[in-house]
Design a protein around this ligand. Sequence first.
Ligand SMILES: Cc1cc2nc3c(=O)[nH]c(=O)nc-3n(C[C@H](O)[C@H](O)[C@H](O)COP(=O)(O)OP(=O)(O)OC[C@H]3O[C@@H](n4cnc5c(N)ncnc54)[C@H](O)[C@@H]3O)c2cc1C
Ligand SMILES: C[S@@+](CC[C@H](N)C(=O)[O-])C[C@H]1O[C@@H](n2cnc3c(N)ncnc32)[C@H](O)[C@@H]1O
Length: 508
Amino acid sequence: MYNVVCLFFFFCMQDLLKVYKETRNGMLGPDYSTKFSPWLAFGCISPRFIYEEVQRYERERVANNSTYWVLFELIWRDYFRFLSIKCGNSLFHLGGPRNVQGEWSQDKKLFESWRDGKTGCIVCSFLVRDMGLDWRMGAEWFETCLLDYDPCSNYGNWTYGAGVGNDPREDRYFSIPKQAQNYDPEGEYVAFWVQQLRRLPKEKRHWPGRLMYMDTVVPLKHGHGGGSAQTSRGSKSSGGGGFRGNHSGRRSRHNVIMESETKPTFSKSTGLPRKRFYRARAHSNPLSDSHFPIPISPSHVDFSLHFPKFVGTNNEEVSKKVEFADIGCGFGGLLISLATLFPDTLMIGMELRDKVTEYVKERILALRKTSSGGQYENVSVVRTNSMKYIPNYFEKGQLSKMFFLFPDPHFKEKNHRRRVISVDLLDEYAYVLRAGGVIYTITDVEELGEWMRSCLEKHPMFESLTHEELDSDPVVELLCSATEEGQKVARNGGQTFRAVFRRIAYVS
Ligand SMILES: Cc1cc2nc3c(=O)[nH]c(=O)nc-3n(C[C@H](O)[C@H](O)[C@H](O)COP(=O)(O)OP(=O)(O)OC[C@H]3O[C@@H](n4cnc5c(N)ncnc54)[C@H](O)[C@@H]3O)c2cc1C
Ligand SMILES: C[S@@+](CC[C@H](N)C(=O)[O-])C[C@H]1O[C@@H](n2cnc3c(N)ncnc32)[C@H](O)[C@@H]1O
């Protein structure tokens, strides 16, 4: 009964589900994550029930990143279950499912200092990476303590933390102090569990060793205390999985301070994300089903999450609406240029590939942080399939500009139905564009350029801009110069084919 009350409270009364993604990295207190795990571990509640409840909530209240993320976390639970079926006993072997060879210690004294909270550091990563201890000692200790103990999740997460898990890309090192600073800046969490630290001033709680409060049991391999980026077993820490580590549902209460610390996916000099860590397959099939949240209508999109400086948290407070949409925005070059050219206009990129979307999101967040004067607050990105869900995001006549720049050509005739411009889809674009709104298209593929122009010419709601209008529109020049694809074409001396049309007013 209690769990059902809990669920009801969580889902309905508190509306915490709506903000789960933003709050789940909180460390102490009842509100930051679902607390389902003990109930799940003991079979008091089924994941299917939670799934159905989340679906209901999405239908009745809101579907957003947070509702998606709860289900995503549950998928990790499933993943570890299936993984353990696949791996069998190797999940309990020192080398894990991949049979990784390495030198691990079983030093009892070291282990006890960790177990008894004498290292000031109580996370999996420290035991494995900094102390170089047999990870199974930690896993076993967890097994005896956890309220939510579940062999698949426990051993699955430990093998992951130890870098012996199923996925070699996950072999990463996390700087404990940096993570602690990010997720527990006041030292409240660590002092909650290591009570001795409570009497230290907050700013010193993460540095007991340096402050002579406790002996440094082992130096940190990385971060303030260590300096070396070597893992405890001598291999270089891998930054390759940083993107997944930062953003996948892998973060959890136990490993929340294990997140990739130096953000190796970011350039040290510019503070911006580095594209090579966000590479994805060149094409996604826009006709296949993807798994991301789909708002049931524009009023279900929480734009305050995208534009916190412009849009209030309640729908009633929405003062400004998105006016520009960059469809298939790729790495976001156009949006970044438009953001400063039209600082008072809200604009959004729509991108199908998840890693690319994440890159744009990180790029925008980094620019917001580093720029002065509140720039880039007017630009955001969403992962979605624009061929299916444009009317789910925008109301009739909401947009003044839509961009279709260097869209995927889908050369083969049988794949033309995947093209993002077609006479049928133009119906939708005409619906969300206001009268006088402009649709910009450009490509370096001549045949596609002709296709897009002819679709626009055939459609009764569009007319071509004149040469004079094109010359006086500052955006036209950016179609090539600001987009990543346009720059590539220019570098290679390629030709481009442009079609810019206006949405005309409806004439009955
Ligand atoms: C070293 C280590 C050991 C762990 N051992 C266990 C364990 O024995 N039992 C256990 O249930 N979880 C374990 N986890 C996963 C995770 O920490 C807990 O499931 C989570 O803290 C539970 O809190 P919550 O229900 O509020 O999570 P929420 O963030 O609200 O997530 C919702 C649900 O998703 C699932 N989930 C979330 N993260 C994970 C994850 N990383 N792995 C698997 N499922 C996840 C859980 O069922 C959880 O209840 C472990 C994680 C680590 C790093
Ligand atoms: C060749 S890139 C062009 C990127 C960008 N416009 C530029 O000019 O640099 C095309 C992009 O459109 C995205 N895309 C393709 N189909 C899409 C769809 N249906 N919805 C959203 N994005 C899509 C692809 O993932 C890809 O990133």
